[in-house]
Ligand binder design. Structure first.
Ligand code: HEC
Ligand code: HEC
Ligand code: HEC
Ligand code: HEC
Ligand code: HEC
Ligand code: HEC
Length: 453
């Protein structure tokens, strides 16, 4: 893999995306009702730093503000307020003075908008609806493979239940008939659809028996496969002590993975960031998108022993107990820097598209093979996985398929040494180069001792 060309193609893709995003943005503006669209732009540019449309922030929620002014003061003063709130306060307007007092004497900055601009802002604010993001993909229901097996499982279960009910009903109906016969009672003349189905089921009970038996065997087989899968960690996503989101930080805010997982290029471990790393930003960012987010950020302060009110550290720290997500057994040796630096393997190839996850999850093979479908910022994974993530088969599969760029290896590297050695052993060299690529496997990546202590 050539890292440089990969980097450049990434840059080009980024640029294309930015251009695309710009066009779709302007397109959206034109597609919407003129005033509202303009209002949204004006709101975001001038007001969003202090106001939410629908909840209080530095200033009050703006929804219904015009009505409040008409009720408590006048519409004229409403416009005046937005343009220059101080003038209305100084003029002695009681509502303006009350607002100013209620908001702890924080003056709103004068806004350079005309009446039409203010109308547009409020046209947007009044129709604003908070967007509810679709729930983040959870567990196994997101990837195709497991869904298939589990829905198959439910269909079978449903089928089995129907059969069992039919048979039981058939038995019951027939027992009742026998009982009536014995008591000399008259049999009901007309059979309802249900009854005839039951008697049909009873008359064909041999077949039903076979079907039920078959279903049970199938269920056991599916259960067995599931059970064998228990040693597999795919989709493992434990509850974490703080509702941290990769999507928000690495995706929306664009923070580099290595900013937080900073040992990944230097050591065996990627490491989870300490609370100090979070505090670099959260000392000032103390509000989340909603009260839940704010409560989660408060947990960071608790861990760091930080008092937001006095802005001082109390010294009473309480480490955050992140639950480890990826876990290889002790007898396996895995090294991050070897893969990320020497091998030039992208995090995505093993961890999937973390920019779309909240807390971390062990990706399924499906996720790893298909990231390209959901993320434009993805270079096609040459490696196609079939073995479950984190199993031995998974490592081997990648080592068999990943090529090593011997020529591109930096001077004095481990590969040059191998290269030198290979040049002396022409026969092996030729064998390795038969398919024009040298794979990690060919260089020893399949040797037991490389991965096992
Ligand atoms: C720098 C922060 C800041 C910005 C920017 C800002 N506001 Fe305000 N706004 C406030 C504060 C604070 C208050 C509460 C009153 C006070 O303390 O002066 C307020 C109050 C208001 C009110 C009165 C609300 C009510 O309930 O009656 C309106 C209307 C308003 N702002 C509109 C706007 C509009 C429209 C914009 C953008 C064009 C804007 N504000 C930009 C801080 C701001
Ligand atoms: C070749 C596959 C591969 C690549 C590439 C890779 N990882 Fe990992 N990662 C793993 C495996 C395997 C584990 C489990 C290691 C263990 O349990 O010892 C892991 C574990 C982790 C952990 C948990 C802490 C630890 O070190 O055990 C973090 C965090 C992590 N990876 C982040 C990253 C980041 C960030 C990148 C990209 C810069 C990355 N990984 C690239 C395979 C990979
Ligand atoms: C480079 C800056 C930066 C770092 C480092 C950072 N955050 Fe954040 N975080 C932010 C910003 C900015 C927001 C607010 C985003 C918003 O309101 O939309 C935020 C929001 C949050 C939220 C609230 C989310 C919500 O739904 O409202 C939580 C929880 C959080 N961060 C946890 C963490 C944790 C834990 C760490 C350390 C592992 C961390 N952050 C590190 C910048 C950072
Ligand atoms: C996405 C592909 C990929 C996956 C998955 C992967 N590796 Fe690798 N691995 C590589 C590449 C590429 C190299 C060559 C980089 C190097 O050796 O510097 C490599 C090299 C190695 C080496 C050094 C081999 C040598 O010849 O010295 C070891 C050890 C290793 N990997 C262990 C593992 C283990 C253990 C796993 C599974 C938990 C794993 N790898 C999963 C791509 C992968
Ligand atoms: C702002 C800090 C921050 C950034 C940026 C960040 N992470 Fe994380 N990462 C965390 C925290 C905190 C955890 C522990 C909670 C969890 O498991 O989600 C974590 C966990 C992980 C884990 C699982 C570790 C384990 O226990 O096995 C992986 C894998 C991972 N991150 C990969 C990435 C990748 C890939 C990126 C870049 C796309 C990235 N992270 C960006 C903070 C960050
Ligand atoms: C590329 C890395 C790699 C190589 C090479 C490798 N293994 Fe493994 N091996 C692993 C990993 C990772 C696991 C852990 C799998 C798991 O936890 O499911 C493992 C697990 C095992 C286990 C425990 C049983 C199991 O499946 O969990 C045995 C036994 C084993 N390996 C033997 C070998 C032998 C023998 C060789 C040489 C022919 C070998 N391994 C080569 C990565 C490797």
């Amino acid at each position: 893999m050539n890292i440089k060309s990969l980097f450049i193609s990434n840059k080009i893709k980024h640029l294309a995306l930015v251009v695309l995003a710009f066009f779709s943005f302007t397109y959206n503006l034109h597609a919407q009702d003129g005033d509202v669209a303009l209002g949204e732009t004006l709101f975001k540019a001038n007001c969003a730093a202090c106001h939410f449309p629908d909840k209080d922030m530095t200033g009050p929620a703006l929804k219904g503000a015009r009505e409040r002014w008409i009720e408590n003061s006048s519409e004229e003063n409403f416009y005046k307020w937005v343009k220059n709130s101080k003038s209305v306060i100084d003029a002695g307007d009681p509502y303006a003075n009350k607002l100013y007092k209620d908001w702890n004497g924080t003056a709103m900055t004068a806004q350079n908008l005309d009446d039409a601009g203010i109308d547009a802002v409020f046209a947007y604010v009044e129709i604003y609806e908070p967007t509810t993001a679709p729930p983040p993909p959870k567990g196994e229901m997101t990837s195709q493979g497991p869904v298939e097996t589990s829905s198959l499982y439910w269909w079978l279960l449903a089928g089995l239940l129907i059969v069992v009910i039919a048979v039981i009903a058939g038995v019951k109906g027939n027992l009742a008939a026998i009982a009536r016969d014995k008591d000399g009672e008259e049999q009901p003349e007309q059979l309802t659809v249900g009854q005839s189905a039951r008697s049909w089921a009873w008359n064909n009970r041999g077949w039903f028996g076979v079907t039920v038996f078959g279903c049970i065997i199938l269920l056991l087989a599916v259960g067995m496969v599931k059970w064998l899968d228990l040693g597999v960690y795919e989709n493992y996503k434990p509850e974490q002590p703080i509702a941290y989101s990769h999507e928000l930080h690495a995706g929306n805010l664009g923070i580099d993975c290595k900013y937080c997982h900073n040992a990944v290029t230097k050591s065996k471990h990627a490491t989870i960031p300490s609370v100090n790393v979070c505090m670099n930003c959260h000392k000032t960012v103390n509000e989340g998108k909603d009260s839940d987010g704010t409560a989660e950020i408060a947990k960071i302060y608790e861990a760091a022993g930080y008092d937001v009110d006095t802005r001082t550290y109390t010294g009473e720290t309480k480490p955050i107990k992140w639950v480890k997500v990826h876990n290889l057994p002790d007898h396996v040796y895995f090294n991050h820097s070897q893969h990320v630096v020497a091998g030039g393997v992208d995090c995505k190839q093993c961890h999937g598209n973390m920019k779309k996850e909240d807390v971390a999850r062990v990706m399924s093979t499906e996720d790893l093979n298909n990231v390209g479908v959901t993320d434009d910022d993805w270079d096609e994974n040459d490696v196609k996985f079939t073995k479950p993530t984190l199993t031995m088969g998974w490592c081997i599969e990648c080592h068999r398929q990943s090529s090593v760029d011997l020529a591109g290896a930096p001077d004095g590297s481990y590969y040059n040494e191998i290269h030198e050695r290979l040049l002396k052993d022409k026969k092996t060299y030729k064998r390795y180069l038969e398919d024009d690529v040298v794979t990690v496997g060919e260089l020893g990546g399949l040797e037991c001792a490389k991965c096992h202590y």
